[in-house]
Design a binder for this molecule. Structure first.
Ligand code: AMP
Ligand code: ZN
Length: 141
């Protein structure tokens, strides 16, 4: 895609610091470095988000997640954990609309990165949860 920053990175038109590359994916350091070693894994094929993957693309891209995670973890003994984040849609904080997976190494509670999961369990009774689950389950046919 012509005006896509990650397609330009893949084509070498914009510089990047690459840590892994094969026929199907490229992994490079995120320019913002939320924490040291923050890496992005992108499919070489331009797809906007996770909803654009078919099984073949998922096989080519998503199966590489553990390998990239392991390489990052093994690169620095100070890394204690890793957040793997994939934003889909502006409302979900996606700002570059070429699908990518963030690997954010964690060094401790005060390493500059945080995520919060609100506890809304009191808002949903068993009926509401069952209805929600039924709506999702119905999509797998
Ligand atoms: P997201 O908000 O999930 O779409 O994440 C987009 C990410 O792309 C951000 O973390 C940016 O720092 C990163 N980014 C944008 N431009 C570049 C670039 N030229 N090289 C590396 N990372 C970039
Ligand atoms: Zn692209």
């Amino acid at each position: 895609m012509d005006d896509c920053i990650f397609c330009k990175i893949i084509k070498g038109e914009i510089p990047s610091i690459t840590v892994y590359e094969d026929d199907d994916v490229k992994a490079f350091l995120d320019i913002s470095q939320a924490t040291k070693g923050h890496t992005l894994l992108v499919p070489k094929k331009h797809v906007q988000d996770i909803f654009a993957y078919d099984d073949a693309l998922a096989q080519k891209v998503l199966t590489k997640i553990p390998m990239v995670a392991q390489a990052i973890k093994d690169s620095d003994p100070k890394i204690l954990g890793l957040n793997i984040v994939n934003n889909n849609g502006e409302v979900a904080y996606q700002s570059v609309f070429h699908s990518h997976i963030h690997f954010i190494p964690r060094y401790g509670k005060d390493d500059g990165f945080s995520m919060a999961f609100s506890d809304n369990s009191a808002k949903y009774d068993q009926d509401a949860l069952n209805q929600t689950a039924a709506a999702i389950k119905a999509q797998f046919n």
